[in-house]
Design a protein around this ligand. Structure first.
Ligand code: ADP
Length: 457
């Protein structure tokens, strides 16, 4: 089977869909190929947090922020190994991307918050659960318009190059060979390699063995696009920069069951019932600290002000605390001592951990771990705890691009007709990605790729 379009997009996650919709808005005919039976990628599984400096929402909450602050936190938070030009593009275009999503019908809450490892309250939360709002918004656009088509269960295996220009894709749809000809070019948006254990081990330099760790990612995050791009001479950078989170579900590695609502109101304790890290720190800092604790196991501890109604208040994953307790995935105590008994930690230690946290809230910190992000004390019974372990979350390295989302070869030259966006790219987040910056990244660079490829001659 063979198809023709102006633009072919590989991958139907947030980056690919943003690129496809934007290319179509700029007059191109578009085909999206997705190897899984549905659209969504990691976006649909994510908590939905989208960082953007947004005075319209932040000022009424008394939050001071600026594009420069977002830039500096992103660049420094990645150990200054990201490409500052790409970081600048990210932070300047994050809010315009929110406005664009809203123009397509997406809704975000008015309140912004600090997401895990986000370092600052600038995360926007969609009004619908998880990342479904993004994917529904893009799907609605695709369904409402001619000239933008999705091929599911269609796995790209190879890029077609003619006279140095990328002109199409070879793919498999079950047993059928599919050829896709792209007159303007191809956008690679196939995501990272978070579930590809062999690749993780091959590139990992920074962590103890990752072999037995689970991942928050969807099963399609196998790094195919990196292999296809490298095969035609694309430059791959920062491949050893693999992000772990300290908040994986002990059974699945996923983020579901995470009871926290924001960074400010909860602490982490180890199996002894002691705090061990600044819970508002970078993701790598928190995960490395967790790996030093008994069984690399923590409990999030918070109080009922986060769950005013245990039967209706939900976490980011649309789960109520009582559902999680019934499933044995969260624990409750009417006192801290009862909670300690429920999770089998030393009650005196847990009480002390909460008391010292509450003192820091009163003093405004920084506390003994250097924590500075606080909102309110943990004091309103009942108290809740949820277990969490390290999990592989994001691969910061990938295909090298310029600020137009054009792919560069190993000599630094643009590969004509070839664009990339999203987690498959490298060079933006450096050694550590801030929480809430991925959804911003994929929308911003997806749009840039889509606009520029549509304007190819
Ligand atoms: P991003 O956040 O950058 O959009 P995701 O991982 O969320 O990345 O989405 C990437 C999408 O690309 C996933 O839906 C994944 O199944 C899809 N994908 C990965 N490899 C291929 C491939 N070889 N062919 C087609 N689709 C692919």
């Amino acid at each position: 089977i063979s198809y023709d379009a102006d633009v072919v997009v590989i991958g139907g996650g947030g980056a690919g869909l943003a690129a496809a919709v934007t290319a179509h808005q700029n007059g191109a005919s578009v085909i999206i190929i997705e190897k899984m039976p549905r659209l969504g990628g990691n976006t649909i599984l994510s908590g939905g947090a989208f960082n953007a400096v947004d005075p319209g929402r932040q000022v009424p909450q008394g939050i001071e922020d600026s594009i420069d602050k977002h830039f500096q936190q992103t660049f420094d938070g990645g150990d200054q190994v990201g490409n500052p030009e790409l970081v600048r593009v990210l932070v300047e275009n994050a809010y315009p991307a929110i406005e664009w999503l809203e123009s397509l019908g997406m809704k975000f809450n008015d309140e912004v918050f600090t997401v895990l490892g986000g370092l600052w309250p600038r995360a926007h939360k969609p009004s619908t659960p998880l990342g479904t709002g993004f994917i529904d918004t893009y799907s609605n656009y695709i369904n409402a318009n001619d000239g933008i088509e999705v091929l599911l269960d269609t796995e790209a295996t190879e890029l077609i190059v003619e006279n140095g220009r990328v002109t199409g894709v070879i793919a498999k749809h079950f047993n059928d060979d599919v050829t896709l000809n792209a007159s303007k070019g191809v956008v690679m948006a196939s995501g990272g390699f978070g579930v590809n254990s062999e690749m993780r081990d091959r590139f990992n330099e920074d962590w103890p063995a990752l072999t037995n760790l689970k991942s928050t990612n969807h099963p399609g995050a196998t790094g195919d696009g990196l292999v296809m791009a490298e095969a035609i001479g694309a430059s791959l950078i920062g491949m050893h920069n693999i992000q772990l989170l300290p908040l994986g579900d002990p059974n699945s590695g996923s983020l579901s069951g995470n009871i926290e609502h924001g960074v400010e109101n909860r602490i982490f304790v180890n199996k002894e019932g002691n705090r061990f890290v600044d819970e508002g720190a970078r993701r790598d800092v928190m995960t490395l600290a967790l790996m030093e604790q008994t069984d690399a196991y923590l409990y999030i501890v918070l109080d009922s002000s986060d769950y005013p109604d245990p039967d209706t208040t939900t976490n980011n994953f649309n789960e109520t605390i009582n559902e999680l307790i019934d499933q044995g995935r969260a624990f409750k105590g009417d006192t801290l001592e009862e909670l300690a008994a429920a999770i089998n930690v030393d009650p005196a230690n847990l009480v002390q951990a909460v008391e010292s946290f509450n003192e820091a809230v009163e003093n405004g910190g920084p506390d003994e771990f250097g924590r500075t992000l606080f909102a309110r004390k943990i004091e309103q019974a009942p108290f809740y705890a949820g277990p969490r372990v390290p999990t592989v979350h994001h691969t910061m390295g990938g295909i090298e691009i310029n600020t137009l989302a054009q792919v560069l070869d190993t000599d630094g030259n643009v590969i004509p007709g070839f664009y990339a966006a999203g987690e498959v790219t490298g060079g933006i987040h450096g050694a550590n990605r801030l929480g809430g910056n991925a959804l911003a990244d994929i929308a911003v660079f997806g749009r840039i790729a889509g606009e520029n490829i549509a304007n190819e001659q």
